[in-house]
Each structure stands twice: as C-alpha cells, then as structure tokens.
Design a binder for this molecule. Sequence first.
Ligand SMILES: [Zn+2]
Length: 62
Amino acid sequence: MSLKARAREKVERAGISNYTFDHDVLVMCGVRYTLAACNCGEPDCDGVRLERNAAMGSRVLQ
Ligand SMILES: [Zn+2]
C-alpha cells in the first residue's frame, strides 16, 4: 500500500473527512503535512507519519 493510501486511511479512521491531497502532501484545515514512512514497530502503528510542514505554516502567518 502506498503512503498516500495509508495516510488516507489514517485520517478517515480519525473521523476527518475535510482533507485533500496536493500530490503527496496531505492538507487538513489549511495545514500541510508531509507523508513519511514510520517504522516504530508499535502494534497499532499504521506505518505512516504526518509531519507538519512548519515552513508553510510560518509563511501563512506572515
Ligand atoms: Zn509507527
């Protein structure tokens, strides 16, 4: 399964339907999250991490 598909499952499981994808970047509530593979090994890990794109956030604030 692709990271994008995993991320989609993750946010939908969290009950979030107001999201979109800009190529491989997840956009929720105007915040962009970079998708990264997660290898933490936790039993409930879904294999994807969402990394908040700080650079984008600060640009919005300016
Ligand atoms: Zn993990």
